[in-house]
Design a binder for this molecule. Structure first.
Ligand code: AKG
Ligand code: FE2
Length: 198
């Protein structure tokens, strides 16, 4: 999402008043991922970054001003605004859990462009993998809004995502090789891709 004033204020308040109590500042892990989207003569046939949700708490997307980030809004894919000098902030799964679903981790994807190269630098801000149990914070749990998530470590959804990806790519490789080829290279490529697709 592009931070609007209302949501931005609420988000900032939630983060400064609640998250820091659960996760100490120096426990937060920052990971940088650089996406390079080459020009593509037939963008509609290509996959840039496939549809996914981030597992992080927050992701900060810096970009070269070229649009390409698509966000699922209701039933429609909409293109995010890429105004020069702005940073796009994306809510990840960890924040969805902490806020008991008040902030939603939306499905998004990255498209390639026919004319221009697109580059995005994404900083994923993540809780520690297994020393903290993520659960809806008490201030977001009421009678009207019971807890929607069971407690889990950050590592659990990450592992689940990697496992799903592995299965997907294995099935793809088997399809391509008629079920009996040498899959070694596919699996190596898949592992590299999975790691950066968190
Ligand atoms: O390139 C973008 O704008 C978004 C990429 C993205 O969603 C990701 O790397 O997780
Ligand atoms: Fe993402």
């Amino acid at each position: 999402m592009l931070l609007g004033t209302d949501r931005g204020d609420a988000l900032e308040k939630a983060l400064t008043t609640t998250t820091t109590r659960t996760v100490a500042d120096d426990d937060l892990l920052l990971q940088l991922k650089i996406n390079y989207y080459p020009r593509c003569p037939q963008p509609e046939l290509a996959v840039g970054v496939e549809a996914h949700t981030d597992v992080s708490a927050l992701s900060f997307i810096l970009h070269n001003g070229v649009s390409g980030l698509q966000v699922l809004h209701g039933a429609r894919w909409v293109t995010a605004r890429h105004e020069p000098g702005t940073i796009i902030v994306d809510v990840g799964g960890a924040l969805e859990i902490l806020s008991n679903g008040r902030y939603i981790s939306v499905l998004h994807s990255g498209l390639v462009n026919r004319e221009v190269v697109r580059i995005s630098w994404v900083v994923f801000c993540e809780p520690p993998p297994d020393s903290v149990l993520l659960h809806p914070l008490p201030e977001f749990v009421t009678e009207g809004h019971p807890a929607r998530f069971t407690p889990r470590t950050f590592k659990q959804p990450v592992d689940r995502k990697l496992f799903k990806k592995k299965q997907q790519h294995k099935a793809q490789a088997e399809e391509e090789n008629g079920g009996n080829g040498d899959h070694h290279h596919h699996e190596l490529a898949m592992d590299a891709r999975s790691l950066v697709l968190l």
